[in-house]
Design a protein around this ligand. Structure first.
Ligand code: TRP
Length: 332
């Protein structure tokens, strides 16, 4: 079957992935594999742009994210899964795209402004951090990706990628397509404290959690603060547990739960237990597969090595075109 185009997307290896990542990103990526030729990249160089002092933690984080990805249904038979630093061509393309990228575009980038506000190293932002979107553009255009599934926070980087592609084309010709972003369906998954699920809030349910840990975290989840006692009328729209019913329970049951909560007939303890069982029905297989993969990391590294080889073969072809277009092939 002809595919609709080529996808590249990626994620920095920042640690264990949680069900917010799964619902917001990974499920979407896994579904796109049917229709697109997909490249998924673990962006370890991007992680270094702010986390260079924690470089020693990268191997462990790369292993974790690779396991999370495979458990979530990214399929090495259909997609290319690789680690960015295994494809050094990305560094060369980053350098060359940097030639046509005005610094003023990068200084204006909202993610850059946010990041420099949080830096603790007194030396100030590194060249690598300023160039973050250029490296991301290199990742994308290296594979001539036409579609990039990302969250909203990445849209400024996609816009910059398109601008860099246009500027490159003016000088050196039409090698790269302008990629379109497709937004992951927005899923605000609440963490156990009701805020957006995030590693930094320490409120996450991780794909690597055991079933007991999931049950325990779900038991501790915040509920409607006005529903204190069994029998009190609740407000499902304000309750994080109700979001879980929406995500994982049968649609007909969701309406009943809403009514039973509002009337006070359904207590929070029972409500949480029901949500937990539905969550485990949906994600139990992912978590189980994650456990199996974690015991078989040789397979995981084999996937990443194969992926790097496939990625390098595409990257090598692209770089040959780029070098020729930029007249850098006179001695080859
Ligand atoms: N910047 C992305 C993030 O933080 C990660 C990333 C790196 C990426 N290269 C990419 C995403 C290329 C999409 C395409 O999540």
């Amino acid at each position: 079957m002809a595919k609709k185009g080529r996808i590249l997307s990626g994620h920095r290896p920042t640690g264990l992935l949680h069900i917010g990542h799964y619902e917001g990103t990974l499920r979407n990526w896994a579904a796109l594999q049917d229709d697109y030729e997909c490249f998924f990249e673990i962006a370890d160089w991007h992680a270094l742009t702010t986390g260079y002092a924690e470089a020693a933690a990268l191997p462990e984080r790369i292993e974790q994210i690779a396991i999370d990805w495979l458990a979530s249904g990214l399929d090495p038979e259909r997609s290319t899964l690789f680690v960015q630093s295994d494809v050094p061509e990305h560094a060369e393309l980053f350098l060359l795209l940097g030639m046509v990228t005005p610094v003023s575009w990068l200084e204006r980038c909202p993610t850059y402004k946010d990041q420099i506000a949080t830096l603790s190293d007194g030396a100030g932002p590194g060249l690598g951090l300023l160039g973050y979107p250029v490296l991301q553009a290199a990742d994308i255009v290296m594979y001539k990706a036409t579609v990039v599934p990302v969250g909203e926070d990445q849209l400024p980087h996609l816009e910059l990628t398109r601008e860099i592609v246009r500027r490159f084309r003016n000088f050196f010709g039409d090698i790269f397509p302008e990629p379109d972003a497709i937004l992951s369906e927005f899923a605000m998954v609440p963490g156990v404290d009701g805020r957006k699920m995030s590693k930094s809030y320490d409120n996450a349910i991780n794909l690597a959690d055991t079933i007991d840990e999931v049950r325990q975290k779900m038991r501790s989840m915040f509920t409607d603060p006005e529903k204190i006692r069994m029998g009190d009328a609740g407000h499902p729209e304000r309750c994080p547990v109700f979001v879980y019913h929406r995500m994982y329970n049968d649609p007909s049951r969701v309406d009943e739960i809403k009514a039973e909560c509002e009337s006070g007939d359904l207590g929070c303890v029972d409500c949480k237990m029901a949500a937990t069982e539905k969550l485990l029905d949906a994600l139990g297989p992912v978590m189980e597969m994650r456990r199996e993969l974690a015991e078989n990391v040789d397979y995981v590294y084999e996937v990443l090595r194969d992926g790097a080889e496939k990625a390098r073969s595409v990257a090598g072809q692209t770089m040959a075109e780029v070098r020729a277009a930029m007249s850098l092939d006179s001695t080859s």
